[in-house]
Every structure is written in C-alpha cells, then in structure tokens.
Ligand binder design. Sequence first.
Ligand code: IFM
Length: 444
Amino acid sequence: MLPHRSDFPSDFLFGVATSAYQIEGHAQGGAGPTHWDDFARTPGNVTGAQHGAIACDHLTRWPEDLDLVQQAGFDVYRFSTSWARVLPEGRGTPNQDGLDFYDRLVDGMLARGIKPAATLYHWELPSALADLGGWRNRDIANWFADYTEVIMKRIGDRLWSAAPINEPWCVTWLSHFEGHHAPGLRDIRATARAMHHVLLAHGRAIQVMRELGLSNLGAVCNMEVAAPANDTASARTAATRHDAIYNQFFISGMMKGRYPDAALEGLEPYLPRGWQDDFPTIVQKLDWMGLNYYARKHYDMAPPRDGQQPPWPGTCETAPTRPCTGLGWEIYPEGLSHFLQMMARDYTGDLPLYVTENGMAEHPGADPLSDQDRITYLSQHMNELQKCCAEGVPVKGYFTWSLLDNYEWAHGYGPRFGLVHVDYDTLTRTPKHSYQALRNALSR
Ligand code: IFM
C-alpha cells in the first residue's frame, strides 16, 4: 500500500512528470524537425521506427490531461517545452503557435491550482542545430541561452520552478557514446565535448533566467546505482568508472566546478581546449537539485576482444540479481535514499532536493489497467523517501514518471510508464489502478 500524504512533512510536494516530444504530437502546431524525428526514421534505431508525430496528442488534449493531474491531487506538474516548437530552426523566428500553446498550458495549470515546473530541454534538438554539430558545437550554449530567453519571456512570470536540461547523462553519454538515443553517435570525442557543452548551456540558461528575474531554478540529473558485479578489484574499478561518468560528472561540474578523476582519466584528452575556464559560467547558484532515479546496474571489466583489452572505459554490464521492470531495469529502492544522502552530503548541503522522476514500465502482456507491480514499485520508493525525511535529508518533493503512457524513445510506444493508460488508436485516456491508488494516498 502507498504511504499517505500525511506520512510526509506538511510542506512535502507531490507531482507528476511528462515531456514535450513524448506526448505532444510533434507534427502539429508548426514545430520544426528535430534530431529525434531523423533518428527514428533511420532503420534500426527505434522499435518499429516509431516517432513522436502524434504521440498522445497532448497538444489538443491538454485540458483533459491537466484535469487528470488535478483530480489525482498532485501539487505540481513537471512538463517540458520543446525547443523546436518554440524556434523551429533552433534560432531566429519564433513559432507564435508554439509560444501560445505553452502560455495556455501554464495558465491551464494555474487555473486548476497546479504549480507549473518547466524543463527547457527534454531531448528534441532542432534538426537545424544538429546540422551544425548539436551538442558537439560550443555555440550551443549561446543558442540555448537565446531559446531560454524567448520562452521564458513568455511563460517565466508564472512558473513555480524551472530547470534547463533533463538528464545530462542521456543527452550526452547515452546519445553520443552508446548511440542508443539521437543523434546515435558512438564517438568518445563527441561525447566528451557534449558532456562539457551541456553543462555550459545549463550555466548560460540559469544566467539568462536570473537576469529575467526568475526564481526557484534548479537542475535535473539522472542517477543509477553502479554496483560491482562481484568482489574483485576489477569489478570495483568498473563500477567506480560508471559511477563517475553517470552519477558524479554532471553534479560535480555544476556544484563544485570540477570533474571526477575517474571520468577525466578517459575523457580529458577529448574535452575542448580551455574547458577549465568555463566553470565560472557552469557553476551557478541553484535553488534546488532534482534526481531522476529508476534502477541499479552491475558492472565488471569487459573481457579482451581479438586479444586486446577494449579501450576506456572498457567495462561491461552484467546480469541483474533482483527482479526487474518491464524494461529489464533492476528494482532497487534503496538506491533512492543512497543518492539523496550522497547528493546532500557531497554536493548540495541544505539545498532542497526533489525526486523529479521515478516510476516503472509494465511487463509486456500485463493487464493494462490493473498495474499492481507499479503500485508496489511506487510504495517501495516512497517508503525510502519517508526514511530520508526522518533522517533529515532535505528532500522536499516526489514526482512520478509519468502521467500518461507515452513515447519511450528508442523503445517506441511498447513500454508503458503511465498512471493513465493511453489507447494509441483512439487516444482515449483511462486511469489505471496506480492512478487511483495515488489519488487515495494524496487525499489522506
Ligand atoms: O521516458 C524517460 C524520460 O524521458 C526521461 N527519464 C526516464 C524516462 C523512462 O525511461
């Protein structure tokens, strides 16, 4: 059973999260092409070559979706604005329909008593900027700052909070080193540059929002427990490397103005010249830090290939040791408190922390509405949160991913993360049992 609202401190906030490309319907409303449209239409990248052209048609159905947020009793709605909807070419002339849409959406939240929590980039880079090298090009920091100014001049006055970039690890490592997300590169030089530029863009966007007078500005990092596959020195080295790349690099850059040694040992030769001089821009005062948390993974050093040890990081993922979600992600609720404690202890001190995403994909073939596994997953993670609150970790809110079933990137529409089921033929929304359980929990 889910803990109740009254089991948490009285100022603790509950929210639910979505992102633009995953739900809006990108082919509509004058948005420009993005690198996800291009990536999805390239054979082999996305299951069934599925894309976000219609998605959940949130662009027209948003009043119904905000009603669902309100009726569940959520305090905050975390949404993202699409760069390519606001600026179809990434720069230049704004799309007035796009600006009008976000304006109405924010007013729609306020009219329903919901706090708007905006993220400025949740992965749909305008294709025109991808043509110029995207996150590999240092100029992206200023392109992003200009986009920030355009959208925030329109909606910034009514936001509860804002964060520049969702999950820098996914924007960079997953997309430029592993090649699983757009732009689908597998190139260490591109990766190192993207990792640094994403932080530079974060810093520039925070500067712009401060200049516009916005407050309650934060950042959203995703973290995943990196466990050694066994009790050997090499497995421990592999886990330390992954922890440095995934969990420490970005928060360390933003909060401390340095990168962890265990990441620099492989990335430093590829970072752009003069990278150390950018930290005064990257390290901006933040009002909160967000954690997206889902799972644990296990690592060891990869075996030699063709008689050679693979190049850095030279690691491999090993099999999970506990039950997994429908996407094969190992369920490890203790990781949530591990990261919240680590963040406060090593990086953020008294700064408010928010769990900005947490949730699970159902197992294929599961009953689409009776999602007991999700209720169990959420309650296990909420129990960890309660422990953190009791220990004095300054965690102030919890957002479930996601309101709706939606486009799960390279997996297409197969995995379902929603509290609300979406029939992709009729676009009918039907609340699942987890939605009802959360509504019950939040009302008490
Ligand atoms: O769907 C994604 C989301 O876009 C970012 N965080 C993780 C979710 C589940 O994979």
